[in-house]
Design a protein around this ligand. Structure first.
Ligand SMILES: Nc1nc2c(c(=O)[nH]1)N[C@H]1C(S)=C(S)[C@@H](COP(=O)(O)O)O[C@H]1N2
Ligand SMILES: [Mo]
Length: 200
C-alpha cells in the first residue's frame, strides 16, 4: 500500500540518515530493471567502440579491454524507482584510465553511452569523468551477470542508476548534452539522486 511504502521510506531515512537520498528505501537484493529484452553477447563477439569527437576512433575486443588496468569501487547505488543498495562492489576499467588511452577533442562537452539492444544514456563530461566511474565487468568478485549488463556496463554511481547503461558497446563524444533513451521519455537530463532529479 502506498501509505506503508511512504512510512517505510521515512523510517529508512531516520535509520540511515544522510547516507540515503530523499525518497529512497534500502534493499538487500538487487532488482533487475530492463526495458525490452536482454541482449546476449559472448565475450568472444563483444566489441567496444570509442567514437565521435575523438582524434582517433578506437575499438577494443574483450581481450584488449580486460588487459587494461582494473579498478575496484565500493559504493551505494540509487535507482529512480526508489530503491537504493548500499556497499556494492564493482570492478572494471576506470573511466579515468580509459581517458589516458584516447584523445578526446576539446569541443567534446558530453558523452552518449551506446548499448547492445539500442539503449542510450547521456552524461556531461563533468559527470562522466568522475574517479569512481567504471566500465564495469565484475560484481562482487564474479563476472557481471548478464541481466545486470554483462559482459560490461557503465557504472556511474553518483547519478540515478538508469545512467549506468547495461551491455555497453560504445561511447560517443558529442558537442553538447543531449537526451538518451529514458531522458527522451521524460527522465531528468542529469538525474542527481540528492536533488531528486527524477523526471523533467
Ligand atoms: N541497456 C540498458 N541499460 C540499462 C537499462 C536498460 O533498460 N537497458 N535500464 C536502466 C535502468 S532504468 C536502471 S534502474 C538500471 C538497472 O540496472 P540493474 O538491472 O542492474 O539493477 O540499468 C539501466 N541501464
Ligand atoms: Mo531505472
Amino acid at each position: 500500500m502506498v501509505f506503508d511504502i511512504m512510512r517505510r521510506r521515512e523510517k529508512d531515512r531516520e535509520r540511515y540518515g544522510d547516507r540515503l537520498p530523499p525518497g529512497q528505501k534500502v534493499v538487500e537484493d538487487w532488482p533487475v530493471l530492463t526495458y525490452g529484452g536482454v541482449p546476449k553477447v559472448s565475450t568472444k563477439d563483444w566489441q567496444f567502440r570509442v567514437f565521435g569527437l575523438v582524434e582517433d576512433e578506437a575499438t577494443f575486443d574483450w581481450q584488449q579491454f580486460t588487459a587494461l588496468p582494473r579498478t575496484k569501487v565500493q559504493t551505494d547505488i540509487h535507482c529512480v524507482t526508489t530503491w537504493s543498495k548500499f556497499d556494492t562492489n564493482f570492478e572494471g576499467l576506470a573511466v579515468t584510465e580509459l581517458m589516458k588511452r584516447i584523445r578526446v577533442k576539446p569541443e567534446a562537452k558530453a558523452v552518449m553511452a551506446h548499448c547492445y539492444g539500442g539503449y542510450t544514456a547521456n552524461l556531461t563530461m563533468e559527470d562522466f569523468l568522475r574517479p569512481e566511474n567504471l566500465l564495469a565487468y565484475i560484481y562482487e568478485g564474479e563476472p557481471l551477470p548478464v541481466e545486470h549488463g554483462g559482459p560490461c556496463r557503465l557504472f556511474v554511481p553518483h547519478l540515478y542508476f538508469w545512467k549506468s547503461a547495461k551491455w555497453l558497446n560504445g561511447l560517443e563524444f558529442i558537442s553538447r548534452d543531449m537526451p538518451g533513451f529514458w531522458e527522451r521519455y521524460g527522465y531528468h537530463l542529469r538525474g542527481d539522486p540528492w536533488k531528486e532529479e527524477r523526471y523533467s
